[in-house]
Design a protein around this ligand. Structure first.
Ligand SMILES: C[S@@+](CC[C@H](N)C(=O)[O-])C[C@H]1O[C@@H](n2cnc3c(N)ncnc32)[C@H](O)[C@@H]1O
Length: 469
């Protein structure tokens, strides 16, 4: 049975939509019409094992990743994802005995991966978890996030309880049990705040203010504890299922998963050669991953400065430092009249392509790059992302192999809310490019990606050595 406290895994471009183009049109375009859910029947629940532990906007559905892994990689291969988000590629890679390098601007990745790719060998104990949860009730510690307007988001009595619970968990060395409780607390934090928890963005709503006011007249603390216990136990079960599932690795060398959140992939160097890229770049229009996850980041101890810096580097909200030109993209530009949208388009393609190129330059000859995108609209104009990327990369040592089109039927953004289709996106596309066997990236092409393009984030304090094997 589904837990109503857990959001369904949202799709990459999560909107309700209806079909638009005919099958004949897309096939003549070299597009293969598919349903990834049908192609991968062995995954019948998008939130299976550890996939649903953390809410994250615009996650991949694991079926797409599994399909790409099965079709374009082999056991022990290395996969890179420069927009790793909540680590769907990492989890699937681990389950399929592939290694992975995961990068993302969002620091949440560093908190998510150790839990979602739990490498413990033994089943976790419910009694130990409950002991820790019970201990929280008597906590005298306090932790308040370094968030100047935290009081704007919470009723004072709720903030007091949450601060005590976080105070306790931050002062307890409960290892994986503490991490489980933190993941549950993140969901509780949101549910018991004034933010609208049915949308990913941080936004106070009248509906939510009213709901909290009503809640405070009831047994709210009991409800809060109930949610916390039930989510923690559910996560413990997911981790135990993960342990059971991965026991097959026990007599083998476990896959290595390396990750680094807080990395600007537009400028980062991927630390090793890889066999495939599987990724879903950020959305062209206002997804704002950092803003959407800001509440989590604050509670996890990140500061206002760190979060502001990340927001500044988010694609497509930063200045472009080169103009990408392709036939299809130039056509969009010609039709676009608004200056601000020109800037956004330029920023999007400059930094998305920089990030893809940084990773793709580290792929071996014949390697596949699997890039999952939608066809968003900007000012009413459809932007065929897959085509633009295909046009760009075929000029830069890549061969267009194929593109899969998965038509969206009904999707939810977050929770139960029905979402409109503001950008007219009807389908999602998995573009497959193949590295030319003879192609050698020139020193200039490799180097130029890392030079003279704004202010990169400071180098990560630790190298990518946090392997989850
Ligand atoms: C579509 S989401 C990826 C979701 C991921 N596939 C998953 O399943 O969770 C795109 C990601 O791009 C990241 N992003 C945005 N700008 C970035 C940048 N400059 N460098 C690295 N990552 C960036 C966002 O933080 C977001 O996690």
């Amino acid at each position: 049975m589904k837990d109503p406290n857990l959001e369904e895994q949202s799709t990459l471009f999560p909107i309700d939509t209806e079909f638009e183009t005919s099958k004949e049109e897309t096939i003549s375009d070299g597009v293969e019409l598919v349903s990834f859910r049908e192609l991968v029947p062995e995954i019948d629940d998008t939130g299976y094992l550890t996939h649903a532990i953390f809410a994250y906007p615009a996650k991949f559905i694991p079926q797409i990743v599994r399909y790409a892994i099965n079709t374009y990689t082999q056991e022990a291969d290395w996969i890179v994802d420069p927009f790793a988000g909540s680590g769907t590629v990492g989890v699937e890679a681990y389950l399929c005995k592939r290694n992975a390098v995961l990068l993302d601007l969002n620091l949440l990745l560093n908190h998510i991966i150790p839990l979602k790719i739990y490498s413990g060998k033994d089943r976790l104990n419910e009694a130990d978890l409950c002991k820790l949860l019970d201990g929280m009730q008597k906590s005298h510690h306090q932790f308040t996030p370094a968030w100047s307007n935290v009081t704007y988001w919470y009723a004072p009595e709720i903030l007091e309880v949450l601060s005590r619970y976080w105070g306790f968990i931050n002062n307890t060395d409960g290892g994986v049990y503490s991490a489980i409780i933190k993941s549950a607390l993140l969901k509780v934090n949101k549910r018991f705040s004034y933010t609208e928890d049915r949308t990913p963005k941080l936004a106070r709503s009248k509906r939510k203010l009213k709901a909290i006011k009503e809640l405070l007249k009831e047994n709210w603390q009991e409800q809060l504890d109930e949610m916390l216990y039930s989510l923690s136990l559910k996560t413990l079960k997911s981790l135990n299922d993960f342990v059971m599932h991965t026991q097959q690795h026990q007599n083998e060398v476990a896959p290595e998963i390396h990750w680094q959140g807080g990395v600007d992939s537009s400028y980062a160097t991927v630390p090793r050669e890889c066999d495939a890229l599987i990724t879903s770049p950020p959305y062209l229009q206002a997804q704002e991953y950092i803003r959407s996850t800001k509440m989590d980041l604050f509670w996890l101890g990140h500061t206002e400065e760190e979060i502001q810096e990340l927001s500044r580097l988010e694609i497509p909200y930063r200045k472009a430092d080169r103009v990408i030109q392709t036939e299809t993209l130039d056509r969009v530009r010609d039709r676009l009249t608004r200056d601000d949208l020109h800037k956004r388009l330029d920023s999007y393609f400059c930094h998305t392509i920089n990030a893809l190129e940084n990773s793709m330059n580290q792929l071996k000859p014949n390697a596949a790059a699997c890039i999952f995108v939608g066809n968003p609209r900007i000012d009413g104009i459809t932007v065929e992302l897959w085509r633009i990327l295909a046009e760009y990369f075929t000029e830069h040592g890549w061969t267009f192999e194929k593109v899969y089109e998965d038509r969206i039927k009904t999707r939810k953004l977050f929770g139960a809310r029905k979402n409109k289709n503001p950008d007219g996106m009807k389908s999602e596309f998995l573009l497959i490019l193949r590295r030319d066997a003879t192609y050698q990236p020139s020193a200039q092409q490799c180097g130029s990606v890392l030079r003279g393009r704004g202010d990169p984030l400071p180098a990560p304090k630790t190298p990518l050595n946090n392997d989850a094997s």
